[in-house]
Design a protein around this ligand. Structure first.
Ligand SMILES: [Cu+2]
Length: 156
């Protein structure tokens, strides 16, 4: 009887732990931009919230809208010019935190657009997280968005 009780207790604990991980990684406030209708590349920005108990990482992104999709960031070069860098390791999305992809910072780069994009269009973007797996979002092309719109001021 004692053995059976232990099994039951263990199961209860496991179920509880599983429920704790049911919270998800969510993507909100996404939008994409191109410099013009003839642009061959574009970029997507969004807010990624990790409501789980474990650190996650955005490691890849895919889209039919572009031949190549990369995770980029901006860094100031020696001459003070902002440069885009391919971030091979992806972006850390800490547990219980929000990571913002925004203009002038981390972004999803769409290289070799398969069709021209203009304001009002939308693209499907699949984000690949190390732990949460694949999350597909429909990203509106928004050329009127101001750079600081939707930006959260996170103090940590
Ligand atoms: Cu870029």
């Amino acid at each position: 009887m004692t053995f059976k009780t232990t099994i039951a207790a263990t199961f209860a604990v496991l179920s509880f732990a599983t429920a704790g991980f049911a919270a998800d990684v969510t993507v909100t406030d996404s939008y994409a931009r191109v410099s013009s209708k003839a642009a061959k590349s574009g970029a997507a920005f969004m807010m990624i919230e990790n409501a789980t108990d474990s650190d996650d990482r955005l490691i890849d992104a895919r889209s039919d809208a572009a031949k190549m999709v990369q995770l980029h960031t901006h860094k100031e070069g020696e001459n003070g010019v902002m440069q885009m860098l391919h971030v091979e390791d992806g972006f850390a999305i800490p547990a219980g935190d929000t990571h913002l992809l925004q203009r002038g910072g981390d972004h999803v780069m769409l290289m070799g657009l398969t069709k021209s994009l203009e304001h009002g269009d939308a693209i499907d973007l699949t984000l690949v997280f190390e732990k949460a797996g694949e999350v597909t979002v429909t990203v509106p092309v928004d050329l009127e968005r101001k750079p600081d719109h939707g930006a959260l001021k996170h103090s940590h």
